[in-house]
Design a protein around this ligand. Sequence first.
Ligand code: ADP
Ligand code: ASP
Ligand code: MG
Length: 453
Amino acid sequence: MITVMKFGGTSVGSAEGFRRAAEIVSGGEGSKVVVVSAMSGVTNYLISFLDSGESNADEVIASLRQKHSGAAQDVLSEALLEEYLGVLDIRLQALKELLEDTEVRSDPYFNDNISSQGERLSAVTMSYVLREAGLDSVPLCSEEAGIHAVGCPGAGFADLDLTSRDLSYTLRPLLENGKVPVITGFYGKNGNGKPMTFGRGGSDYSAAVIAHAIDADFLEIWTDVDGFMTADPRIVDGAKTIDEMNFSEAAELAYFGAKVLHPRTIEPVRRKHIPVRVKNSFNPRGEGTIIHHLRAPQDELLRSVAVKTDLSIITVNSSEIAYRPRMVASIIDRIGDANVIVYAISTSLSTIAFLIHNNDVKDVLRNLNRLEGDEIERIDVKSNMCLICAVGDNLLDRCGASAEIFSKVRDANANVELISEGASTVSLNFVVSMDRATAVVRALHEGFIGDLQ
Ligand code: ADP
Ligand code: ASP
Ligand code: MG
């Protein structure tokens, strides 16, 4: 039996976190592959360093050294600590050289390289902590392991075939020899061997890709809450852990804002029917959530609510656009050229409206303005919107479900700006302004989920 176990930033955020993670890894049956995020705060720190345009490499190195060696000191025995510090310093020296090399800054993969450095450091730290716990562990960065990425810098995704091919060479022999590999989450290497990250929170996805590649029996996501919950517990006080979910529900919720899983996590494991357990590293005895193929249908209208924030509605106005399919096609083409995700689309006789991230508005407008002719009469932009994703069993087939849901939206004093229904059988998605997001999520939770056990 092989289990891929991913530990998030807070789960490896301190000496105590590393120690707990090592106990969890030591406790389970069979072979394990561990995937780690950066220690909490490290990726944000690296990204803010990049954003600030500063060049004080010494300060960055000192701060990262302090954070990692500080945690390791509390866990490792003297001999292992000395060896660990040697390896840590080699990695930090490489990072220092990278930060001081002004020529590489123009490399389109420079930001991905820097922002993924936290994972390289935490993987080494975790591996030594596992050795301290008596396991025969080896750290591997994504390049060494053979995680292949395609796509764009900052928004890559895995080449599953190539990754499967390479991981069977790199990981299988290690597992057969009783070793516990610790692999960096968050990024893979592109065709030129350059690091390409999978977007924020990407370590969940890395772990799913690895589970897929080695035909793991289980994927475990160890995080800081008791499992996949009925809503973000930071928004809804009474959010509850969901015992069991199917892949579709989890995938929709993750895609539409449930941060507990990176949006692309489910697809690789769904393909191979690998069950996912979401568990709390601070409460390992808790049951957590199991996500798998089948689940007995539930009577409740809603199972969970997610919210995707910082979105904009772009509305293209043109008379009788509905009768000009080629124009619709070229509008969609232009959006495609900007390589942005469209979260919802809605059309009328003379308008087409689509929902994108606030950050993508500029690129999309630039591309739309390149449309030839004077067919577009006007483009309107409404920013600071959010998409509410309400998930329930067979929601689409339940007569009156939308009416019930929207009555709660009205109670929350929110105006529905755009609706996307019918595309998925398990979810109803709609847009409200950001300032009503919390009220709407709470109203839906209280109305349909609050009393469930
Ligand atoms: P990690 O560092 O372990 O990857 P994240 O911070 O990325 O952890 O994800 C866990 C957080 O996701 C939780 O602390 C919680 O605030 C948030 N979250 C949002 N929606 C949900 C949900 N439906 N269930 C559980 N947690 C959620
Ligand atoms: N460390 C990365 C991030 O903060 C990846 C992850 O945590 O999954 O986005
Ligand atoms: Mg995460």
